[in-house]
Design a protein around this ligand. Structure first.
Ligand SMILES: *Cc1c(COP(=O)(O)O)cnc(C)c1O
Length: 390
């Protein structure tokens, strides 16, 4: 199969960018663990490959796969999600420009924009993306120079699981002459394709669901605008925060099974969320698959499933949340998410420690579950004994 463009998601996941090696017929494209490429004469490159920071066939294969799965023309892969975000902003914005971001974006994204990029003259404001009036006012105000150039959203958001209407938000951003960037890490391209809903750029931490096995860090930018893509490609090459060949190869391998993994993550999470609702110790279950979730209907419209992430708030406050987080045996207490194994996180002190005390602070009675693909009965039994210890 050479052109899987018009095929279903899982066929594209398995075949896009995965042409068998022309030299040996190796069904799996080889891992090109190299930094440089022999030239047949000065400047006479074989298939355009010259130097690893610029291009590498293993990275190209991953980028083709990512573009095919997000429905974009161009994809760029980086050493981490934050490296991708940094490259995106520095490629497309200039000092004096302004970014509006959701007030519950990933803590590291907030830190990058608010503490690193602000020093270089890119201002920002954080708003509730579901508060239309506040959003329009912030976009119109556009920071000190009145130049809103980018609107940045996560949906579902991390860890509050808020759902934002991507198409409506694209309208607000475009009216102001700004780009809409969607961090699609939580949904993954299997459950949601922001470009098809009107977004201009998709970013991913491929460290999470796309890689899916907690063994390779990475980030990606996917988009269809050729002019913007050229600028991003230049920054990727000139700054060099590229994904290493081994990481790209592992990410490609993980991405092939994204569909089957997401189906299991989603069905396990749905069952666990419904079970948590029945527990008297639980104050609130934040999961878009629950009919009581404020974003349920919107999520059902713009996503193809509800994903594997659940946040839970406990009546017993911080003490109860900490106790549960430290009492599980199948769920591992660790940062990160999206791997095949179930992880438990206490955001206030772990993933979101960088926003403690800011307007983005996470409630202290909240734990976040990244529901893995284990047998759901074992996961529920584990949570039952942990919650039972309260
Ligand atoms: C983890 C994460 C990031 C950052 O990605 P890294 O690979 O850790 O740099 C960005 N956005 C979201 C939603 C994340 O979960």
């Amino acid at each position: 199969m050479t052109d899987p463009t018009n095929t279903g998601f899982n066929t594209r996941a398995v075949h896009a960018g995965q042409t068998p090696d022309p030299t040996t017929g190796s069904v799996i494209p080889p891992l090109y663990q190299t930094t440089t490429f022999a030239q047949d004469g000065i400047g006479k490159l074989r298939n355009g490959y010259e130097y690893g920071r610029g291009t590498n066939p293993t990275r190209d294969a991953l980028q083709a796969q990512l573009a095919a799965l997000e429905g974009g023309e161009f994809a760029f892969s980086f050493a981490s999600g934050l490296a991708a975000e940094d490259a995106l902003i520095r490629a497309l914005l200039l000092p004096g420009d302004h970014i509006i971001m959701g007030n519950d974006v990933y803590g590291g994204t907030y830190r990058l924009i608010n503490r690193v990029l602000s020093v270089w003259g890119i201002s920002n404001a954080a708003v509730d993306m579901n508060d239309g009036d506040a959003l329009r006012a912030a976009v119109a105000a556009g920071g000190p120079e009145g130049k809103t150039k980018m609107v940045w959203v996560e949906t579902p958001s991390n860890p509050m699981m808020k759902i934002t209407d991507i198409t409506a938000l694209a309208g607000v951003a475009h009216d102001a002459g700004a780009l809409l960037v969607v961090d699609n890490t939580f949904a993954s391209p299997y459950l949601q394709n922001p470009l098809a809903l009107g977004a201009d750029v998709v970013v991913h931490s491929t460290t999470k669901y796309i890689g899916g096995h907690s063994d390779a860090s990475g980030g990606a930018i996917i988009l269809s605008d050729a002019e913007a893509a050229e600028k991003i490609g230049f920054v990727q090459f000139a700054v060099g925060a590229v994904s290493a060949p081994m990481e790209a190869w592992l990410t490609t391998r993980g991405l092939k099974t994204l569909g089957v993994r997401m189906d299991r993550h989603s069905s396990n999470a749905q069952e666990i969320a419904e079970w948590l609702l029945t527990r008297p110790e639980v104050e609130k279950v934040l999961y878009p698959g629950l009919p009581g979730h404020p974003g349920h209907e919107l999520a059902a419209r713009q996503m193809r499933g509800f994903g594997g992430m659940i946040s839970v708030q406990f009546k017993g406050g911080e003490t109860a949340a900490r106790k549960v987080a430290e009492s599980t045996h199948v769920f591992t207490l660790a940062e990160s998410l999206g791997g095949i194994e179930s992880l438990m996180n206490y955001p206030s002190e772990m993933t979101h420690a960088s926003v403690k005390g800011t307007e983005l602070a996470v409630p202290e009675n909240l734990i976040r579950l990244s529901v893995g693909i284990e047998d759901v009965a074992d996961l529920i039994a584990d949570l039952e004994q942990a919650i039972g210890s309260l």
